[in-house]
Every structure is written in C-alpha cells, then in structure tokens.
Design a protein. Structure first.
Length: 201
C-alpha cells in the first residue's frame, strides 16, 4: 500500500475515533448537555474530560496527516497543518470550569488561549475547505463549505450578540460535526482504491 494511502487511512481512523471520544465527553456534560460550550467537556473536573481531550488530540493528528498527504496547493496543506498544531494546543490548554468567554463573562488568560486555538483550528480547516472549493473546484468540498460557512458565521454572530445560550451550544456542535465530517471524507477519498487526494492533478 502506498505511503500516502496508508496515511490517509490513518487520518480517517483518527478522525472518526477523535469525534467519537469528543462525543463521549460532551454527552457526559450535566443535563441538558446542549446548553454548554463543547469545551466544557474537557475542563478540569468534568466527567470524561480525558476522553474529550484525547479526542481533540486525535483530530489534531488527523488535520496534520491530511495536510501532509494532500496534493495541490501548498497554502491548503499549510492551513490544515497549522490547524492541527492549534488543535494540539487546544487539547492541552483546557478552559477553566464552565468555560467563561467574553464579552459577557469574566474570563482568564487560559480560557482565551483555549478559545483562540479552538476557533483557529476550526477556522483554518474551513479556510482549507474554501481554497479547495474555489481553486481546485472540488464539488464535494463546495457542498461542504456551503454547509459549514453559514453555520460558523451564525455561531460567531451569536457568540458576540448573545453569548452562552442554547442556540449557541447547538450551532457550535453542528459546526464541529460538519467540519469533522468533511475532514474524514477527505481522508477516506485519499485512501480509496485509486489515490484521489483532494487537489491532486
């Protein structure tokens, strides 16, 4: 098996496993679990925090591997690798209890670092999606971007205008799920019978 295909398979496996572990952590949040930020699942003292943090780390590995195996535009690969690095930091620098975020809550430097790296990882993944959709004209990625971009925009507006709320929590979970789905699909396509890394010629 070609090294690139093997790396793509590993990326798909770590992406699926990471998503599952994060779900285990989020599902353990106090009821109703749809009202808190996703990152609360990894805060100190949270039930299954170790599972959540391990899941984020696996997703970081997925992004880095995907950046390494993709063919085509160097900027796309760089965005994915940088996103993986930020996700790695996010998995190690957790938010404090209840994950307070500005502008409506008093926050700490640790919370800001965690939020910035988490948002940065999602943002860079979406940037890579945009580059592939526009430059490489990949149809599936165009669909993925058309789904992810409006959700992320709505989440950003809600965070700034409302702060912590049920709609913010739901939008955050949908955004993470949508980006994760695209990442795993990219990895699976690269691991197909004929290597078809996104952006390949």
């Amino acid at each position: 098996m070609e090294l690139r295909r093997l790396a793509s398979l590993v990326a798909a496996a770590t992406g699926l496993a990471g998503g599952a572990l994060m779900a285990v952590g989020v599902a353990a949040l106090p009821h109703p679990w749809t009202t808190g930020y996703v990152s609360q699942a990894g805060a100190p003292g949270a039930t299954n925090a170790a599972y959540y943090r391990a899941g984020v780390l696996l997703l970081a590995i997925t992004l880095i591997l995907l950046g390494l195996v993709l063919l085509g535009l160097a900027m796309t690969r760089l965005a994915l690798i940088a996103g993986g690095v930020l996700a790695t930091v996010s998995s190690q620098v957790t938010c404090t209890a209840n994950c307070p975020l500005p502008p409506f809550e008093h926050t700490t430097a640790q919370d800001l670092v965690h939020a910035a790296t988490s948002i940065g990882a999602i943002g860079l993944s979406t940037l890579a999606m945009l580059l592939i959709a526009v430059i490489d004209k990949d149809r599936l990625t165009r669909i993925g971007f058309a789904i992810c971009a409006p959700i992320e925009l709505a989440l950003a507006v809600t965070l700034l205008a409302v702060g912590r709320s049920e709609i913010t929590a739901v939008l955050e979970r949908v955004a993470v799920l949508a980006v994760l789905g695209w990442i795993v699909v990219c990895a699976l396509r690269g691991a197909g019978p004929r290597l078809r890394a996104i952006g390949g010629r």
